[in-house]
Every structure is written in structure tokens, then in C-alpha cells.
Design a protein. Structure first.
Ligand SMILES: [Zn+2]
Length: 195
């Protein structure tokens, strides 16, 4: 029986790399996968890129208005697995559509994404929150902070200073250096005090 998976982790823990590895494993056995991601990640267009090199074209990207169940049942109902990158940008409705795919089409769906937004506030990402509520299997992909502790937060840095406010998606204007780093809660409080 197929299941819905949510594999979450902070920035840089290798989510996309793991997704590509799973795709490779399926294809090596002669099975088909469908790789999709949210359109909101405008930087890389239709491609999945990783920090350490490997990349891959998606089968399609989706916006918040798309019905993913309809799209899959029309064009990809013969695949053996669906892999979703940037899953935090799904709408709660789309997470429900993924569950429909799992149950009605009997195709496993594996979602990779962030659990928490960079502000670390309780608004989170609605897609991630819905996945935490619905997924059959929830798995953490781990990475470490500078100090060696487990990094659970993906924080935004503007010119190397921690910022804890602002929109979910920040467009790089070329004037400021925007970066995201995976840090632990200890470091978060320390940097927040220095703000
Ligand atoms: Zn730390």
C-alpha cells in the first residue's frame, strides 16, 4: 500500500540531493518517477539544483492554484513514485490532493521540504504544517550547526546579520547579501541578543 512521506530538514541538509538519489534508485530498477516542485522557487526555473553538483529537470512545476491530483491522474498515473521538492510551498489543499494520489492511485508520494520558516514563528509554512498533520511517515533529515549541535532552524542573514522578520520569499536585489544558514536554537538566541 502506497504512503505519503514528509522528509523535512533545515537548509543545506541535502533534501534535493536525497530526492535525486531516490529518483536514481527507482530508475535504476526500470521504474518511473515524476519529479515536481513549487513554482515559487523562481531562481532555478524548472530545474532541481544541488549544492554539490547533480541536477535534474522536473516533470512539471506547480502554482498554488494547480490541482496536483488532476494533473497526475491525467498525465502521470503510470509512474511508480512521485517526488516533491520545496514541499513547504504546497497549499494545505494540495497536500490533501497528494493524499488522494496515494490512496486512489496507489502511488507513493515523497515530499521534501522545510518544517519551519526563517522567522521561526508559529505561522510556519502551511504546506509543511499540513504534511505534518497528514503524512503516514514523517522523517527528519539531519544536519549540524557550526557548534556541532543539530541544526533545526533555517535562518535568514542579511549582510551576515540574522534577520527574524520579513516576507517568506525575499528577492535578491543585488545590493544586499542574502543567505540562509542552518543553525541550532542555542546559536539562534545568541545571535538574537546581538541584534
Ligand atoms: Zn549551534
Amino acid at each position: 500500500m502506497a504512503q505519503l512521506y514528509f522528509r523535512y530538514g533545515a537548509m543545506g541538509c541535502g533534501k534535493t540531493m536525497q530526492l535525486l538519489q531516490v529518483a536514481f534508485n527507482y530508475e535504476e530498477r526500470g521504474l518511473k518517477v515524476c519529479v515536481i516542485k513549487a513554482k515559487t522557487d523562481t531562481k532555478n526555473g524548472n530545474k532541481l539544483l544541488t549544492r554539490i553538483g547533480p541536477e535534474r529537470e522536473t516533470n512539471f512545476t506547480f502554482s498554488k492554484r494547480d490541482n496536483i491530483y488532476e494533473r497526475i491522474s491525467k498525465n502521470y498515473c503510470n509512474v511508480d513514485c512521485i517526488l516533491v521538492d520545496e514541499a513547504q510551498f504546497l497549499t494545505p489543499k494540495q497536500v490533501d490532493q497528494l493524499m488522494e494520489i496515494v490512496v486512489k492511485l496507489d502511488i507513493p508520494v515523497i515530499c521534501y521540504g522545510l518544517r519551519l520558516n526563517f522567522r521561526r514563528d508559529d505561522s510556519g509554512f502551511e504546506g509543511a504544517t499540513r504534511l505534518l498533520q497528514l503524512a503516514h511517515k514523517i522523517e527528519e533529515l539531519k544536519t549540524i550547526c557550526k557548534c556541532g549541535r543539530k541544526a533545526t532552524l533555517s535562518c535568514r542573514f542579511l549582510n551576515d546579520k540574522l534577520v527574524t522578520d520579513g516576507p517568506d520569499i525575499l528577492i535578491d536585489d543585488g545590493k544586499n547579501k542574502i543567505s540562509y544558514r542552518a543553525i541550532c536554537n542555542h546559536r539562534y538566541y545568541k545571535l538574537k541578543e546581538e541584534q
